[in-house]
Design a protein around this ligand. Structure first.
Ligand SMILES: Cc1cc2nc3c(=O)[nH]c(=O)nc-3n(C[C@H](O)[C@H](O)[C@H](O)COP(=O)(O)OP(=O)(O)OC[C@H]3O[C@@H](n4cnc5c(N)ncnc54)[C@H](O)[C@@H]3O)c2cc1C
Length: 502
């Protein structure tokens, strides 16, 4: 029996969109998802079940371990499709989760069992506003699609670096990338979002409407709803601008001197890097470069002429590398060179990768040596961990710091270095997981001990899932506010699979 209803849903005092009485019908429990939901979805949507040939594609993830499992994936095409799917899931007490780019890798995602994946990948529009300063983005876009889509329109905006990661999950956690020194975090550029809440209602969040939710979306957004559209600030692209990328490999004995130079560029954590400069230092195994010890890979990325880059990066020249290669490219070409384009090694699934991150102001030379030693020993002793890497991502932060701390749910704006402590193990070999975790934790522990910080700051989008909520979202008033908003916007705690705040 179909129950028809026509109510304006009340979200703790917020009157939400009046749902269309004919369109939104509540299914009786046990109703088959295809039979009930299918006719209610838009013509471009699809319901995909595990026995269907396109299942592998619909449920694919970058991460191979501790992942959500689905009884169906609904590839939605409109906001109403999202609403319908949520109502169906609610009526059947089925858990659900949004799928943006499918690149989330926190272990907490594995808590969703046999649920419905609400895949946004058919929602990929980019629409410029008349003023040309903002654009509406479909929630299924990836970084690469935003990058290329805007480039074709003579525009650009803050995005993450890796082409394959989704705009949605990335933005809702803050979103770090090469342009952040100029434009701020990806979330800092959000001007408005359409959000479908856990009760199926759709609302607008902006500085004028549902302002608390708007605040929360920028940094803790995975906890509150499914964003069906992101309205973002955009900027003119600079087609003439060149970027210089130098990739060098060093033997491990150069670690201290490299770290000291980078600390010098940061005035030991007191100032950010010059706008645009990024340094990615990695510990990795590369037997063809050093057959016994892990090597150091250093990427120096800088906008401007080769001459300008050479002046800034001159201190590195005196250190003899195993190899060095400099490329000059346009902004959108950087991703290819650094290996994070759609076909690059950074984007390649499948694999079981975790990260136990920490953010830092500067490098503690002794802690870096200790971290290297742990990395070197573990990857030598555990063959299954040999694809692991510790990546120290140094970004400029001027525009990030220019945004008032209290104005968003992003808690840690001041840090210059994001450590992506990536543990890569074999998902099939479950015995590998314990040493993998312990090894990753040891590295995080020594970096934290050397940081002089009172609280371990863990970027939500890199987090492992063993962190406390305070480590991820900040403590004191931040957690109080987030908990209050959670009760208001998601009282039934349906959005609890991505480093949840409760
Ligand atoms: C190869 C790679 C490169 C990366 N590069 C960067 C980088 O340069 N900068 C950076 O900051 N981070 C980066 N990350 C981390 C990235 O921000 C997170 O992994 C993020 O969760 C990816 O989002 P997604 O949409 O692809 O993932 P998904 O797994 O689809 O989503 C992650 C979480 O967000 C939720 N979600 C997704 N879309 C929506 C939506 N529209 N509304 C509500 N909830 C939604 C999902 O339900 C899920 O809980 C990278 C990750 C990988 C794997």
């Amino acid at each position: 029996m179909k129950i028809r209803y026509s109510i304006s849903l009340l979200v703790a005092g917020v009157v939400s969109t009046l749902l269309d009485a004919e369109f939104f019908s509540i299914p009786s429990p046990g109703t088959d998802i295809t039979a009930f939901l299918g006719p209610r979805l838009s013509s471009n949507a699809a319901i995909i079940l595990p026995n269907q040939p396109n299942w592998a594609n619909a449920s694919a993830r970058w991460q191979g371990y501790s992942i959500p499992t689905y009884q169906a994936v609904v590839e939605v095409s409109t906001e109403k499709d999202i609403q319908q799917t949520i109502l169906f899931a609610n009526n059947h007490s089925i858990p659900f989760i949004a799928i943006g780019g499918g690149h989330g890798y926190t272990t907490t995602m594995g808590r969703m069992k046999n649920g419905i994946g609400i895949s946004l990948k058919r929602m990929k529009t980019i629409e410029l506003d008349k003023n040309n300063n903002t654009a509406h983005f479909g929630p299924g876009l990836t970084n690469g699609e935003v990058l290329r889509g805007l480039e074709a329109l003579g525009k650009r905006t803050a995005t993450g670096n890796c082409e394959c990661a989704g705009l949605g999950g990335l933005l809702l956690g803050g979103g770090k990338g090469l342009l952040q020194g100029r434009f701020g975090l990806v979330a800092d550029n959000l001007v408005e979002a359409r959000v479908v809440l856990a009760n199926g209602s759709a609302i607008t969040a902006s500085i004028n409407s549902n302002t608390d939710l708007f605040w929360a979306l920028k940094g803790a957004g995975h906890n509150f709803g499914i964003v069906s559209e992101f309205h973002q600030r955009i900027y003119s692209s600079e087609p003439e601008e060149k970027w210089v990328v130098t990739e060098s490999f060093f033997t491990q004995d150069k670690l201290e001197i490299l770290v000291q130079i980078m600390n010098g560029l940061l005035d030991n954590g007191k100032t950010p890097y010059p706008v645009g400069l990024a340094t990615f230092l990695g510990f990795m195994r590369s037997p063809e470069r050093d057959s016994t010890k892990a090597v150091l890979r250093l990427l120096l990325i800088h906008p401007g002429s080769k001459k300008e880059a050479a002046r800034l990066l001159q201190p590195f020249d005196s250190i003899t590398p195993i190899s060095r290669q400099t490329s000059v490219t346009k902004y959108t070409g950087v991703v290819k060179i650094i290996g994070v384009s759609d076909d690059g090694p950074g984007c390649r699934p499948p694999g079981a990768r975790h990260s136990l991150p920490i953010s830092l102001l500067s490098y503690n030379v002794d802690a870096m040596r200790e971290a290297y030693t742990i990395f070197n020993n573990y990857t030598a002793q555990h063959e299954e961990l040999s694809k692991s890497a510790v990546l120290f991502e140094g970004y400029s932060t001027q525009a990030v710091r220019a945004v008032a701390e209290e104005s968003t749910a992003v808690s840690d704006r001041q840090f210059n270095i994001l450590v992506g402590n990536f543990v890569h193990h074999s998902a099939a070999a479950i015995v590998a997981v314990e040493p993998a975790y312990l090894y990753g934790r040891k590295i995080r522990d020594v970096l934290f001990a050397g940081s002089g910080l009172g609280r371990l700051p863990a970027y939500v989008n890199y987090a492992y899932g063993d962190e406390t909520v305070e480590q991820i979202y900040g403590d004191g008033w931040r957690m109080e506010k987030l908990r209050r908003l959670k009760k208001e916007y998601d009282p039934s705690e349906r959005f609890n699979f991505y480093n949840p705040i409760v």
